[in-house]
Design a protein around this ligand. Sequence first.
Ligand code: C5P
Length: 222
Amino acid sequence: NNAPVITIDGPSGSGKGTIAKLVADRLGYVLLDSGALYRLTALAALNAEVDLADEGRVAEIAANLNIRFAIADGEVSAVLDGKDVSRDIRMERVSMAASKVAALPAVREALLQRQRDFRELPGLVADGRDMGTTVFPDAPVKVFLTASAEERARRRFAQLQGRGVSVSLRDLLEDIRARDDRDMNRAASPLAPADDAVVLDSTDIAIDDVLQKVLELVQNRI
Ligand code: C5P
C-alpha cells in the first residue's frame, strides 16, 4: 500500500483535529481521527462496566469494536453498535477514560491494524499522538502541532461555553495537564514528535496560517 499519508500528532486542544479535517477536505484525502478509536473503546468499556485497568478485557473490547464512521452534512459521526455516539465520546468522563485505556499496550496493539486499514488512495490524513512514530512511520509528511496548556484550556473553555456547557477554566487546565502527563509519560507509544516531524506551535498562530504551512509541506514532499 503506497497511498501517501500525512500525520498530524500533538496534545489535545492543539488544533490538530481541525487542521487534519481542513487538510483532508482540501486534498480530497481520507481522514482518520485515531483519538476517536480510543474514545470509542473507552465508551464501550464504560458501558460494559469493565474495570479500565483490566488490560485483557479492555483489549478484547478494542479488538471487537463494532463501529463505523458515517458522513452527514460534511460532519463525521461515530456509530457504536448502531448508535450515533459522536457526542457521548466527547464527554469529559470519556476523555479521561480514553487516556487511561490508551496507556494499555494490548489496547494499542488491538487498534494498530484497524488504523492502518484507513490508508487508501488518493491519500490519508491521520491525526493522533503516535501517527508519525508508530502507526505510519513511513509517512512522507509528519507534523507535530503543539500549543501551550493555558491556550488549549482557553480554546476548550470557549468551545464549551459556546455550547452552553458551564465549566471552570481552572478545572479544564488541570484535566489537560493530567492528560498531557499521561500521554507523554506512558511506556507504550508516548506522545512525542517523530524525528522527521515538523514541529508547529499554534499558540499564537491563526489556524489558517497553520493550514498554509501544512499545505506547503505537502507540495514539497508528495
Ligand atoms: O485526540 P483525542 O483527544 O480525541 O484522543 C483521546 C485520547 O486517546 C487521548 O487522551 C490519548 O490518550 C489517546 N490517543 C492515543 N493515541 C492516539 C490518539 C489518541 O493514545 N493516536
